[in-house]
Design a protein around this ligand. Structure first.
Ligand code: CU
Length: 92
C-alpha cells in the first residue's frame, strides 16, 4: 500500500473534486482518492506503485496543477480563486 499526499490547486467546488478524483483514479495502480476541497490536500492510496508524475500529468491535463505535499508543508493553504485557475469548469 502506497500513500501519496498531493497539493492540488484550482479546485473550488464539488464538481472540481469529482474531476480531480476521476483524473487520479484513471492512473494505473491507484486504489482510492481522498480530496479535501478547502485545503486542496489530496491523499492518494495505491495498491500497486502509482506513478506520481503520471498522476500530476493527469491532473494538469484536466486543469488542476498539483505538486507533492512534502512533509511539513501540509499547513500550506492553496489559493483557489476560480475553477481551474480561471479556465472555468462545469459550474461557472
Ligand atoms: Cu468547480
Amino acid at each position: 500500500m502506497t500513500t501519496i499526499n498531493l497539493i492540488v490547486s484550482g479546485m473550488t467546488c464539488g464538481a472540481c473534486v469529482k474531476h480531480v478524483e476521476k483524473a487520479i483514479q484513471s492512473t494505473a495502480g491507484v486504489s482510492s482518492v481522498d480530496v479535501d476541497l478547502t485545503s486542496g490536500l489530496v491523499k492518494v492510496e495505491g495498491d500497486g506503485s502509482p506513478s506520481i508524475p503520471a498522476i500530476i500529468a493527469a491532473l494538469e491535463e484536466d486543469g488542476y496543477p498539483a505538486k507533492v505535499n512534502v512533509e511539513g508543508s501540509s499547513k500550506t493553504k492553496v489559493k483557489n480563486e476560480s475553477c481551474k485557475n480561471g479556465k472555468g469548469c462545469c459550474c461557472n
